[in-house]
Each structure stands twice: as structure tokens, then as C-alpha cells.
Design a protein around this ligand. Structure first.
Ligand SMILES: Cc1cc2nc3c(=O)[nH]c(=O)nc-3n(C[C@H](O)[C@H](O)[C@H](O)COP(=O)(O)O)c2cc1C
Length: 346
């Protein structure tokens, strides 16, 4: 791996993800979901709680910040800002791809993770590796990366479209299912599968429902779109730029993916919903459709780049919106919301 090229690519990704043109706006399906208003909730607002279980452990909220960044200098500061806020507010947090930790043997980033972990010992922190790296790595190497972070779980991210349209991409996914099975059997910690903005079809979900996964993070179509981001990075006129334009709306919407997951995944696998989630009301809709946790990436990044005060305010607003949705549907908690009737316009 060329480290300089790797760091530049990660910074490019942050920059392009903030551009509205690289968001698949309006495609999440969330505007078609209607929660019924309860005009006479038999509740006081103060009683309503958004506390939830996360992989079996009680947390103050059902929220998480989805993995975004790792492996370069700016990443450490950003992850620190996000991690401190998440620990304080009871959100879980994923880090971005740790490919660099896997490929560089020990050294700097391990010291950085240790420093960060010492500051946030109680945070539910999730390690992150891409499927094309997992296929080629030994479980002992993967364990070293996960333990370096003292992570609660490992996310294996799936990003077929991104790898296919990125000039430096690694679209070598053959043997992925067996590799995931091997890591689940040998790692000794929960393993989560996650998309990165293209979601999961019912067919894929049926196939992976045989695996003993801790959770599936849907990361559906409707928010940050990696076809668009790689298209913006590619040289104009290249085959990559053309293909990225063609695939600009590719994927399964967040709403359809969550509905399919609720239908086919075993009860032992949590449904984590992300991809175009922009408010606490969006989160409430996804919880009502069967999700157990709801995640944000780009809007959290945007707030964190403005500093910790802005980030706390942004998080507090999402929590308040979710609480308001619970109150106005007459739900005391997220479990009760999950039992409510939801209308989805086709
Ligand atoms: C700057 C940036 C970097 C990302 N890097 C990763 C990554 O390394 N690993 C991963 O699993 N997902 C990564 N993602 C994808 C997010 O975790 C999430 O699945 C996706 O952005 C959809 O959520 P959103 O619409 O709220 O942004 C990244 C997202 C952003 C915005």
C-alpha cells in the first residue's frame, strides 16, 4: 500500500462526502414512511425514554456514529471529538477502515488508538475492516487490529460499487462468505456486516441470515453515495468517471433494506439502520420498521468538523426529535414504538 496515496484518498473522501451532489437525496424511502399521530398520548413527556440495548448492553440512546475515518493524522482528532461526545451521550461509535493498521505492522496508529481508548474506556467502539482485506488476512492479524482498539465488535464493510469504480480499488470479493464465516467462528467477539450506502437486497439478506452475525448495518441508498464520490475523484473522461455517473443512483433504499431485514434476519441478529438518516424523526421511522439502532455518518462528520460544542448540540437535537416522535406516537420507549402500525406508501 502506498501510504501517501492512501492518506490523500481518505482526505479526498471527507471533502467529497460533504458535497450535496454526492448525497443520494430523496432516495432513502423515508419520506414515504408515515407514523400515526397520537393526539392523546397517555404519557408525560418526561417519562419517555430513548434508552436501548446495544449488543446486549444497556445504553442511553439507540444511536451510533457509523465508521468514517482512520489511518491519517486528521482522523485521530476527528475520532477523538466524536468518541468523547459519544461516550458522554451514550451513543455507540464505529471507526473508519483500519486497513492501514492491518497492513502496517504495529507502530504509530496503535499508540494513537491506545491513547484514544484510555480517554473513552466506556464507549461501545466498533473496529472496521473491508471485505477484500478480510478475505486475505489471517484471523490472528484481524484480532491484533480489533484488540489494538479494545473494540466491542468488528464491522466488516461491503463496498462492491466503490471498489469497482475506484481506479485504485480492490474489487476482489471471491471467497467473502467463507471468510466472514471463518472470522465469526474464530474471533470470539460479535461480527457485524455493513454496507456503505448501497444497502442490502432481500436475496443477499437471506444468504447472510445463515451466518451468526451480531448485527447487520444496512447503510442503504439515500445518503452518502460512493459511486458519486469516486466519480467526483476520477479524471473526467475516464471509464471510471463514466461508470460512476451511470451508477449514481445504484443501491437498495434504506427503508426497503430495513423492511427486508426485519422479514428475513434471525432475532439474534440486530438490525442497525443507516444511510441518509438525517433527523430523530427519520430514526423513529426506522425503529418502527424494525431497526434496533440507527446510525449517522455524514451529518455527524459535518458537525464534528465545526467542533465539539456544535457536535453536542447536533446530537442533543437528534435525541430530542426521537423523544418527541415517541411522545407523539404514544410510545413510552423504543420497544413500544416498534409495536406501532406504520404506513409505507409504495
Ligand atoms: C467521509 C466518510 C468516510 C467513510 N469511510 C467508511 C469506512 O472507512 N468504512 C465504512 O464501513 N464506512 C465508511 N463510510 C460510510 C458510512 O459509514 C455510512 O455507511 C454511509 O456514509 C452512509 O451514511 P450517511 O448517509 O449518514 O453518510 C464513510 C462515510 C463517510 C462520509
Amino acid at each position: 500500500m502506498d501510504l501517501k496515496q492512501f492518506e490523500e484518498r481518505k482526505l479526498d473522501h471527507i471533502r467529497h462526502s460533504l458535497d450535496r451532489a454526492n448525497q443520494a437525496l430523496g432516495l432513502s424511502g423515508l419520506s414515504s414512511v408515515h407514523l400515526q399521530h397520537e393526539a392523546l398520548p397517555d404519557l408525560d413527556f418526561e417519562e419517555v425514554t430513548i434508552q436501548s440495548l446495544c449488543l446486549g448492553s444497556p445504553q442511553k440512546t439507540p444511536f451510533y456514529i457509523a465508521g468514517m475515518t482512520a489511518g491519517h493524522e486528521q482522523a485521530f482528532q476527528l475520532n477523538r471529538t466524536l468518541a468523547l461526545a459519544c461516550q458522554e451521550r451514550g451513543w455507540a461509535m464505529g471507526v473508519g477502515s483500519q486497513r492501514r493498521d492491518l497492513e502496517a505492522k504495529g507502530g504509530l496508529s496503535f499508540d494513537a488508538w491506545k491513547e484514544l481508548r484510555d480517554e473513552v474506556p466506556d464507549l461501545i467502539l466498533i473496529a472496521n475492516l473491508g471485505i477484500s482485506q478480510v478475505i486475505r488476512a489471517k484471523t490472528s492479524e484481524i484480532r491484533r487490529v480489533v484488540e489494538g482498539l479494545r473494540a466491542h465488535a468488528l464491522v466488516i464493510h461491503l463496498n462492491a460499487l466503490q471498489e469497482a469504480v475506484q481506479p485504485e480499488g480492490t474489487p476482489q470479493f471471491r471467497g467473502g462468505f467463507t471468510a466472514i464465516q471463518r472470522v465469526i467462528d474464530d474471533l470470539g467477539l460479535p461480527v457485524l456486516l455493513k454496507e456503505t450506502g448501497c444497502g442490502f437486497s432481500e436475496v443477499t439478506l437471506r444468504r447472510i441470515s445463515r451466518l451468526k452475525l451480531g448485527a447487520v448495518d444496512i447503510s442503504g441508498l439515500g445518503g452518502t453515495h460512493w459511486g458519486r464520490i469516486e466519480g467526483a475523484r476520477a479524471s473526467s473522461g475516464s471509464i471510471y468517471a463514466e461508470a460512476a455517473t451511470t451508477f449514481a443512483d445504484w443501491g437498495e433504499s434504506t427503508v426497503q433494506s430495513v423492511q427486508a431485514a426485519a422479514k428475513v434476519l434471525p432475532k439474534t441478529t440486530e438490525i442497525w439502520a443507516s444511510g441518509g438518516v438525517r433527523s430523530g424523526l427519520d430514526a423513529a421511522k426506522l425503529l418502527a420498521l424494525g431497526a434496533h439502532r440507527v446510525g449517522f455518518a455524514k451529518p455527524a462528520l459535518e458537525a464534528a468538523l465545526e467542533g465539539s460544542e456544535r457536535l453536542h448540540l447536533w446530537m442533543a437535537a437528534r435525541e430530542y426529535e426521537l423523544k418527541t416522535a415517541l411522545f407523539c406516537t404514544g410510545s413510552l420507549n423504543c420497544e413500544e414504538l416498534r409495536q406501532k402500525e406504520v404506513w409505507v406508501r409504495s
